[in-house]
Design a protein around this ligand. Structure first.
Ligand code: ATP
Ligand code: MG
Ligand code: FE
Length: 356
């Protein structure tokens, strides 16, 4: 099976061809990602109108490049998979309409994919993981723990009650005068900082409610920064290091809880695994915390290559293959409407067709 994947839900325009032949390991034949970060940097965040226009301008060329890179012609492709939500609706429309046009012209099936399902199934593309496993998705828009039980069978165990973790990094960076995107710059500054200088709160730590919260931490950072302003480089570094330590600690608490629950719910699972996905998975302090936690709890820690952890189209093509293989992709999604909101645990029903 060869599937062309298209991703336009946020600020990257992406296309990819993924192939699965018989029982051998799947192969990413091409994976093109064009990030719009520079177009949004001046605004300190993603601007939906700019994103939609950038997708319109770039998508055709990105798809051509993905096909050329893969050595495939459109005729060699078995199906088109496109992100249909959740995300910014302008970008979703661009991607899904383009996919529909290609599918119609080539008489191929179109598979409408939930972006989060793409993230959830990536570890099967990269590491061949068996169901069930636990997913921690930490990006600019999402902070979730999901039990991945099968194709189309996802149970959300935790989510954020306020900010997403990547968003918390980005807002903290902005407060401290660090450039967008904040995550990498906070990590860089933190490297030379003193993590013990500020005792920031660990939101939700020890709570019986499984969810995340980061807005209280953000407020604490703002108060600390205001109290000692103007900030020297050393102050900024110390705040970043202390912030990162608080985040890692809070995250570890929440994830540890989910590992326990996984043990209880899947006692027969021989080699349980925790997968991280999303841009925040690039953070080395967070990764080290999670890895230590997994070692302690007897879980395998799986961190797919960053290029497949952040937004990309290979994961969308792969989700398409998984759906085809599971018989969960109906032939005609010509009338599927993009959804800006589309929770992962609501998609157990086949997602292709009239947008049920
Ligand atoms: P979505 O939530 O829809 O998947 P997104 O574009 O916001 O989309 P990603 O591209 O996966 O998500 O991740 C971007 C986020 O990851 C940003 O908030 C960024 O600050 C954060 N990030 C990137 N690198 C790091 C890092 N080293 N440490 C912490 N956060 C990081
Ligand atoms: Mg992004
Ligand atoms: Fe994403």
């Amino acid at each position: 099976i060869r599937v062309l994947g298209i991703e336009t839900s946020c600020d990257e325009t992406a296309a990819s061809v993924v192939a699965l032949d018989g029982t051998s390991a799947p192969e990413i034949l091409s994976n093109i990602v064009l990030s719009q970060i520079e177009e949004h940097a001046a605004f300190g965040g993603v601007v939906p109108e700019i994103a939609a226009r950038a997708h319109v301008e770039a998508l055709d060329g990105i798809i051509e490049a993905a096909l050329a890179d893969s050595g495939m012609a459109l005729g060699d492709i078995d199906a088109i998979a496109a992100t249909a939500g959740p995300g910014l609706v302008g970008g979703l429309i661009v991607g899904l309409m383009t996919a529909k046009a290609i599918a119609a012209a080539g008489n191929k099936p179109l598979i409408a994919i939930n972006h989060l399902e793409g993230h959830a199934l990536t570890a099967r593309l990269t590491d061949g993981l068996d169901f069930p496993y636990l997913l921690l998705l930490v990006s600019g828009g999402h902070t979730q723990i999901v039990a991945v039980r099968g194709v189309g069978d996802y149970q959300r165990w935790a989510t954020t009650i306020d900010d997403a973790l990547g968003e918390a990094f980005d807002k903290t960076a902005k407060m401290l005068g660090l450039p967008y995107p904040g995550g990498p710059n906070v990590e860089k500054a933190a490297a030379s900082g003193n993590a013990a200088r500020f005792a920031f709160p660990r939101p939700m730590k020890g709570s019986a409610q499984p969810d995340f919260s980061f807005s209280g931490l953000k407020t604490a950072v703002r108060q600390a920064a205001t109290a000692i302003a103007p900030l020297s480089d050393e102050d900024v570094a110390d705040i970043c290091a202390s912030f990162q330590a608080a985040v890692a600690d809070a995250l570890g608490d929440r994830v540890g809880r989910a590992l326990n629950r996984f043990r209880q719910e899947f006692p027969g699972k021989a080699d349980p695994a925790l997968v991280v996905a999303g841009g925040v998975a690039a953070n080395r302090t967070i990764k080290a915390t999670l890895e230590a936690l997994c070692v302690q709890a007897g879980f395998t820690f799986v961190a797919p290559p960053l290029k497949l952890c952040t937004d990309n189209a290979a994961m969308i093509a792969w989700a398409g293959i998984e759906r085809l293989r599971a018989g969960m992709a109906e032939e005609n999604a010509a009338d599927f409407v993009p959804r800006s909101r589309w929770p992962l645990d609501s998609i157990s029903a086949p997602m292709v067709g009239s947008g049920r």
